[in-house]
Design a protein around this ligand. Structure first.
Ligand code: 13P
Ligand code: SF4
Length: 307
């Protein structure tokens, strides 16, 4: 554990070097408080990529997991994108490979393929459409003329989108090990403790958890909801890192994690020290080969045409 003085010194050094390098720091909503405190922008997976595309900075320090930095590189290949810890991966994204998608397409030649943004660039290159936790239902609804739809890799997001859109999907069996730790018993217990609280849940949660929730939202939409709702107490069914941002943005409201067990270890790999080293050495750079990038970008662009 670092002392407050050590953290302050690090923050000063990061800010100085950031200026010198003409860099911007983007942080996902699940990052450690010390990372969120030095970030220029916070957001969900897609928001961060869109921010990356808009910035004039030469260097983007991406604090999140690998597929997010890769997505930013697909959207804005002209920028230098570096990750303070290149080993921060997403176990759900690693549950499916490009060859698995090709096999599925071979088994269902008429099907359109939708893939969650939590996938590798190689997998995105095999998709017809990308989607995010915000727009999965809208993307499924936009494909009414398709006889079959393959949805990868998250079986729980697929189940949620399938129920909401009212149609069957051919789902891959992936899932988020962090969100799978949130159980219906957790929601029931917290509701008992805080009977006036609203419950918000991420669509990566188990269907039984979603059934007990008032709202199913992406991390950034949870932040928006927290600001706009008249409710003063909110039970949050997602990775615990979001609570820091929610409390900071809404000091007069109370936020309760559904369970403290919902920690994504990969999201916690990035620290202020690693950000400083990344800025000093301008490493590790995340790049996607042009051939994969062009195909992956088509799936993202098709999604953006829908929403
Ligand atoms: P969001 O896009 O909602 O931030 O979710 C990303 C993620 O990895 C959730 O586990
Ligand atoms: Fe991946 Fe789950 Fe971590 Fe999100 S919380 S990055 S889906 S493992």
């Amino acid at each position: 554990m670092k002392t407050i003085k050590e953290l302050r010194d690090l923050e000063v050094k990061i800010r100085e070097l950031k200026k010198k390098r003409n860099a911007v720091i983007l942080a996902h909503n699940y990052q450690l408080p010390e990372v969120q405190d030095v970030a220029d922008f916070h957001g969900d997976s897609l928001e961060l990529s869109r921010r990356a595309a808009k910035t004039d900075a030469e260097v983007i320090v991406f604090c999140g997991v690998y597929f997010m930095a890769e997505t930013a590189s697909i959207i804005c290949p002209e920028r230098k994108i570096i990750m303070p810890d290149i080993n921060a991966g997403c176990p759900m994204a690693n549950m499916i490979k490009a060859e698995d998608v090709r096999r599925l397409k071979g088994e269902h030649p008429e099907a359109a393929v939708i893939g969650y943004v939590n996938t590798s660039a190689e997998v995105k290159a095999e998709l017809d459409y990308c989607c995010t936790s915000t727009n999965a239902v809208a993307v499924v609804n936009a494909l009414k003329d398709k006889k079959e739809i393959i949805f990868i890799p998250d079986k729980y997001l697929a189940d949620y989108a399938s129920r909401r859109a009212g149609r069957k999907l051919i789902a891959w069996k992936g899932f988020c090990p962090t969100h799978a730790k949130i159980l219906p018993e957790d929601i029931k217990r917290e509701k008992k403790f805080h009977p006036k609280a609203k419950v918000v849940a991420h669509p990566e949660c188990l269907p039984e958890v979603l059934a007990l929730s008032d709202e199913v939202l992406s991390t950034s939409l949870m932040c928006k909801f927290a600001k706009e709702t008249p409710a003063k107490e909110i039970i949050v069914a997602t990775e615990v890192g979001l609570i820091y941002r929610l409390k900071k943005d809404n000091p007069t409201k109370e936020f309760y994690p559904a369970t403290e067990a919902a920690v994504c270890p990969n999201m916690k790999r990035t620290t202020q020290e690693k950000i400083l080293w990344a800025l000093e050495e301008l490493k590790e750079e995340v790049r996607v080969s042009p051939e994969i990038r062009v195909r992956a970008k088509q799936a993202i662009d098709r999604m953006l045409e829908i929403i």
